[in-house]
Ligand binder design. Structure first.
Ligand code: NCD
Length: 302
């Protein structure tokens, strides 16, 4: 694989291969010795221009578990804050000869620009409102573990769909497996254009309607940092779109509740839901490592 810019570039077979390989890596998390040698001598650079806890650390752990070295660059502590242009930062990084660059940037398409510019595999760790492919892959691994299949699922995605690269990558991935997806959120955050990303996607503005008989509920954070104006009053949001335990009863009995994190308790969902048996939020975090190991091995392994 030349790099990973988006789920849009992967076919079902490739997705299935990554998810199967991630399963091989899962047991490693519980062993006392957690290091393999597959990527010994390789160098992965994490280049993050936006805040991140889970994704950045998860890539670093994944690289180290495979025996690679991992170096962190955050825009705040780098020469980017001294006015260096993106192209100059990239050329500088390229000269250090990393084997892969993992990049997060506020601009949609930034990693694609980087990939055209440098002869080094680029992994997109989130570009603006566009894609977050490893998040969709780790979500798919989590669904497989708990629901047992990706075929023909009913999935509700609730929240700030318009600004969510997580929603977009998940829609692209799940629709490849024939999912029926209902998007739900306040009208300004859930515009009709989002239903056109793939087949099998519809929109509901009532959370109860969206959740009815679904296998998976995927909650999203309201991404205030991507909104120029507040499209609705903060208190109103939870009243209409916050997930509560009584909502869950409307879904399938074995429904799972997902959230890419960071979660805002009392805004997107109640603590009772976040900490309930139905929540797989920490399983998602755990699977992030195994899935990123599979991706890194596929891209920079021999
Ligand atoms: C998401 C992101 O940054 O796209 N978080 C993550 O990677 N787990 C979602 C978010 O910030 O709301």
């Amino acid at each position: 694989m030349p790099g990973l810019l988006g789920i849009a570039d992967l076919d079902r077979t490739e997705i299935e291969a990554i998810l199967a390989r991630a399963k091989d890596f899962q047991p490693l998390q519980n062993q006392s010795f957690k290091r393999l040698d597959v990527l010994r001598g390789k160098l992965m650079v994490n280049l993050f221009f936006e805040a991140s806890t889970r994704t950045r650390i998860s890539f670093e752990i994944a690289a180290k578990r495979l025996g690679a070295d991992a170096v962190q660059i955050s825009a705040a502590g780098s020469s980017v804050s001294k006015g260096e242009s993106l192209v100059d930062t990239l050329n500088t990084l390229g000269a250090m000869r990393p084997d892969a660059i993992v990049m997060r940037h506020a601009a949609s398409g930034a990693p694609h620009f980087l990939a055209r510019h440098l002869p080094i595999p680029i992994i997109n760790a989130g570009d603006g409102t566009h894609e977050h492919p490893t998040q969709a892959l780790l979500d798919a691994r989590t669904i497989l573990d708990r629901v047992g299949t990706l075929e023909g699922l009913r999935v509700a995605i609730i929240g700030d769909i318009a600004h969510s690269r997580v929603a977009r990558s998940n829609i692209l991935l799940l629709s490849k497996f024939g999912a029926e997806i209902v998007l739900c959120g306040p009208a300004p955050l859930c515009p009709p254009t989002m239903a056109k990303i793939a087949g099998g996607v519809s929109i509901a503005h009532d959370i109860r309607e969206a959740i009815r008989d679904v296998d998976v509920i995927m909650m999203l954070r309201v991404q205030l940092e991507r909104q120029n104006e507040r499209p609705f009053p903060a208190g109103e949001y939870f009243r209409f779109y916050g997930l509560r335990l009584d909502h869950i009863a409307l879904a399938k009995p074995d429904v799972i509740v997902m959230h890419p994190g960071p979660i805002n308790r009392g805004r997107e969902l109640t603590s009772e839901v976040a900490d309930s048996q139905r929540s797989v939020i920490l399983n998602q975090v755990e699977n992030g490592i195994a899935v990123r190991m599979a991706v890194l091995e596929r891209i920079i392994g021999e």
